[in-house]
Each structure stands twice: as C-alpha cells, then as structure tokens.
Design a protein around this ligand. Sequence first.
Ligand code: FEO
Length: 405
Amino acid sequence: MKPVELKPGLFWVGAIDWAIRDFHGYITPKGSTYNNYLILDDEPVLVDAVKTDFIDTSIQSISSLADFSRIRHMVVNHIEPDHGGGLARLMELMPGIPIYCTQKAKQGLERFHDTSKWNFKIVKTGDTLKAGKRTLLFIETPMIHWPDSMMTYVKEDRVLISQDGFGQHLASTQRFDDEFVLCASEAELEDAVWDYYANILMPFGAVIKNKLAELDKLGLEIDMIAPDHGIIWRKDPGRVIRMYRDMIEGRCDERVVIVYDTMWGGTGKMAQPLMQGIIDEGIDCRVIKLRATPTSIAIKEFWRARACLVGSPTLNNTIYPYVGQFLMYLKGLRPRNRMAGAFGTYGWAGGAVKEILEYFREMKLDIYEENIQTNYKPSMPEQNNAYDFGRKFAQTVREYHKKFQ
Ligand code: FEO
C-alpha cells in the first residue's frame, strides 16, 4: 500500500484487510483496516503497529517514506494483537528506540513478546513527547478498549490518533470520511459506527462519557480523528463524537427488533404477526432469525432499536442454543436503556420464555413482563393474539421511547 498523507508530514502507513470475517467472534462482513501512522519530523515517530499478517505491508509503506534507522520514537497506543502483533518485527528494525506506552501496555507486551531488549518509556495522561516541531500529548483511555489503551494527540496538526475509539470495521480504499461517503453513503458509515460501538464498546459507556468530559477539559482543538480501524474523520470529526454522546445517553431509533430462532417453525410463525402488530401501530420493526444472521449483526440491530422481543422454542426445558448464544453475548455487553420482552413455543413443558426474562433481569433491562407462548405451533386465533400482543408492545415502546427524547 502507498502511504496516505493526512497532514503535511503525517502519514497513514497501515493495511486493508478485505478478507477478515471473524474478529474474535465479531463477524465483520465488510472487513477492516489496521491503521498506523508515521510522523516525519526532526525526530520521526511511528504511532502503533498493525496485525502480524499485515506487518510486511506496513513496513513497505514506511520504508517508502523513511529508512527505519531514521525513526527515533515508537508510540504504542494499544497492545491487542490486531495492533501490537506486528510490533516485534518493527522493533527488530528499530532496536533500542524508546517505546512510549502505559504501564499496563508494558505489562501486556511482556506477555505477548520477548521484550527483554525493548526500551519502554511509561507515560501517563498529560505527558508529552517533543519530536521536533511537533508535540505529542498522551491521554490514557483505559477500557477504550483494553486497560492498556491510550490516545495520542498531535498538537500542531490538531490530530487525535484514537486507536480503537471512533473506529469502524470497514475495508475501503477510501481513507477519509468525505471520500467514503461519496463512494458509499453517510448511512453506511454511520451504521459501521453503530456496529463497532455495539460489539466492542457498549460495556464501556460510562468510561467513555468520563473520557469525553476529560477531553473537553483538556480543550483540545481537533481537526481530525484518526482511529486504528476504518475511516479517518476529517470532514467533521465532531460527528462521531456526537454519535458517541448520543449512544451513551441512550438515544437510538424508535424501533423494535424481533430476534428469534425456531425449531419446527412455530416460533418463526409467531414472529410474523408480532411484527405486523408493531408496524400497524406505527413503530418500525426489523426481524432477525439468528441462524440466518451473525450474532454480532443481531447485537448491532438490538443496539440501534429502542426495544427487542426475543423468541425461542423450549428445548430440553431451556432456551434454544442459538438464542442462548445471543443472550450470553448480549449480557457481556451490559446494555442499558432498552426495553425487552419475550415470546416462544413449547412442546410438553415450557421454560425458554421464563429463562429469557431471567436473562433480561440480570442485564437490568426494562422488562415487558407480559409474554406470549404457544404449544408447538400457533393456531390462527393464537396468531391473532400475537398480533394484538405486538400492537400493545409497540404502544408501550412509544411511551418508553419518549423518556429519551
Ligand atoms: Fe483493534 Fe482492541 O483492538
């Protein structure tokens, strides 16, 4: 890949991963990028590495701009192997140069690599590195995404290199938001932000809120946000910050998502009248059959909608496995500000609906206590009941949604 200049002397030297479809269980149908950055100043600085499989691409790109012997400083914002994996190769090319990172990053890198000859410089929020005409300011951002994480602000360029924060899993030959929306669309870019936040950052809403307040306090002027995945925000970097603030405050679409799986078709047959009742009440609705849809897409749709109805048949007195997998994943993401209800089918003894509601209780979601269940397969009158249930559910969702306006 050729480097891409963000600002005079500040380059993207990363790689595009068109093929990745499974990112530690997060399904990424649109691939991703691993972004790292080279700052060519009196004392050149490399910020972040890339995934091991792509380090040759990045090395080639860096070499086209500067010999590795010229690079004076290495900054490691985040150690997860999609960034830190390629660091070992880089340090062979730049032996002994200082590596600026947090204490937690040093501890983590010591587990992933042989760091016996690495020259760590531990930094904290407010520490700076003078690299010639430029000043780099470090800001610790623990849990955005791992405990080791930090961001690097390049003061003179007003560029925030934000590692996982504000990223998206999008493979694209366009590097910047203004270019991407011309080739794709604003909606696709926004959807990628929702998707990434839902699957990676949802558990850390309170942390992100505090960190955004801290960034405000620091009074940073930000012209550009350069994350370590996906598109770089240069047209309107405030846009992705506003999106994050909205998500933290619980804003989302006035919509219901029905997430279900079905064994012999009964639960699926209930989903249809439920959906019809919801849309006849004027509330948008999307329907996700889990075996036909990756869990991470169901999670994104859950996060974009104000309410969900989860449906499952009872199998061996418990939830159907595909539905159980969705609920387990969702529970780990600690969702807030969403209403949740349940429906399902059973043969001789029930159990699935009760367990779904238990999951929701553990997650501290706002539960719609009434539920609907049928034996084996819904009859026509039972389908009519499901339609009525959908209408009532939608009415409650409408009132509930007003709380967040
Ligand atoms: Fe992109 Fe947390 O690594």
